[in-house]
Write a protein that binds this ligand. Structure first.
Ligand code: C5P
Length: 286
C-alpha cells in the first residue's frame, strides 16, 4: 500500500485456489470448503482519495464487464466499513479492473478486501485484520482470505483463514477463455465432492514438493464448471502443453485456469505462445 498526498493506492492481487475441496452444504446454504490459496503478481489496482461521500469509478481493460452501482463489492465493502467503524468520512474510489470478471480468481473479493485495507488506512481507523475479515465475510466468501493476500489455508465457508509460511512462490501463467461462470451456478451443478477434513500442509521447500502435494488434491468445482463452460478444458489442455509447465488446474469456480511453471522466463514464453494461439483469451503471468 502506498500513501501519497492523502491518496492511498492498493493492489488487489488475483486469488488462486491451488486446490479446492467442497464438503457438506450448511444450513445457511453455503458449502464447507477447504482450500490452499495463493496470490498472483497480477491484479486490479485501486486509488482511494478523501471525499465527502463514497463514490466509485471504474477503468481498465475489464471495466466494461462491471457495474459501478451499489451492488459492486467495492462499494458494499466501503459502506460496511464506514458503518462498522462509525466513520462519517467518504472516499472517491477508482478501480482499475485488470482481471476478468466472474472468473474464479476472486477479482471482486480481492477488490473488496483491498478497499477494506485501504480505507482502514485512509480513514485512520487502525482496525486489526480480524475486524476487516469479519466485515468481509458478510460481503463474500472469498473476501476474508484476500484481506491479507499471502499464501493461506481457507476453511469453513471461507471465513476461517490461516496464513501459511513455507509455501514456495512459484511462477504462474493464468488463462481465462472468456466465458464468465457465476459461482452459484457451478455450486448448483456440483455432484461429486471430496469433502473436507485435511490439515494444513507442512512447509515445502521446492516447487516439486508443492506439485507432489497438489497432485493428491483437486478442484471439486472443475467438473461442473467444465460441463457449463467446455472452454475450461481447452484452457487446461493448452496450459499443460506448454514447455516448463509442472501442473495445471482451474481456480475457484472457473473459468480461469493456472499453470505452475518451472521458471519466470518459461512463464513469459508460455504466455506469449498462448496469446498468439488464442488471441481472444486473457492470459497473464502471475
Ligand atoms: O459468498 P459468495 O457470494 O462468493 O458466494 C456465491 C455463491 O457461491 C453462493 O450464493 C453459493 O451458491 C455458492 N457458495 C457456496 N459455498 C461457499 C461459497 C459459495 O455454496 N462456501
Amino acid at each position: 500500500m502506498q500513501t501519497k498526498n492523502e491518496h492511498v493506492r492498493v493492489f488487489a492481487p488475483a486469488k488462486i485456489n491451488l486446490f479446492l475441496h467442497v464438503g457438506q452444504k450448511r444450513p445457511d446454504g453455503f458449502h464447507e470448503l477447504e482450500s490452499l490459496v495463493a496470490f498472483a503478481r497480477t491484479g486490479d489496482e485501486l486509488c482511494l482519495a478523501p471525499a465527502d461521500g463514497i463514490s466509485l469509478e471504474i477503468d481498465g481493460p475489464f471495466a466494461g464487464g462491471l457495474s459501478a452501482g451499489p451492488d459492486n463489492l467495492v462499494l458494499k465493502a466501503a459502506r460496511a466499513l464506514a458503518a462498522a467503524g462509525a466513520c462519517a468520512e467518504g472516499a472517491r474510489i477508482r478501480l482499475t479492473k485488470n482481471l476478468p470478471v466472474a472468473s474464479g480468481i476472486g477479482g471482486g473479493s480481492s477488490d473488496a478486501a483491498a478497499v477494506l485495507r485501504g480505507l482502514n488506512a485512509l480513514w485512520e481507523l487502525n482496525r486489526p485484520p480480524e475486524f476487516l475479515c469479519e466485515i468481509g465475510s458478510a460481503i463474500g466468501s472469498d473476501v476474508p482470505v484476500c484481506v491479507e493476500p499471502v499464501a493461506s489455508w481457507m476453511a469453513g465457508r471461507g471465513e476461517k483463514v490461516t496464513a501459511l509460511a513455507g509455501i514456495p512462490a512459484v511462477p504462474m501463467v493464468l488463462v481465462n477463455p472468456g466465458v464468465p461462470v457465476p459461482t452459484g451456478t457451478v455450486f448448483r451443478a456440483l455432484n461429486d465432492r471430496r469433502g473436507t477434513g485435511l490439515s494444513p500442509p507442512p512447509a515445502m521447500e521446492s516447487i516439486e514438493a508443492l506439485v507432489s502435494y497438489l497432485e493428491l488434491t483437486g478442484n471439486d468445482l472443475e467438473l461442473p464448471a467444465r460441463a457449463i463452460a467446455p472452454a475450461v478444458g481447452e484452457a487446461l489442455d493448452a496450459l499443460a502443453a506448454e514447455d516448463g509447465v509442472f501442473f495445471a488446474r482451474m481456480s475457484g469456480s472457473g473459468a480461469t485456469c493456472f499453470a505452475l511453471v518451472e521458471t519466470a522466463e518459461a512463464a513469459q514464453t508460455a504466455a506469449a505462445a498462448l496469446r498468439a494461439a488464442h488471441p481472444s483469451w486473457w492470459c497473464a503471468v502471475g
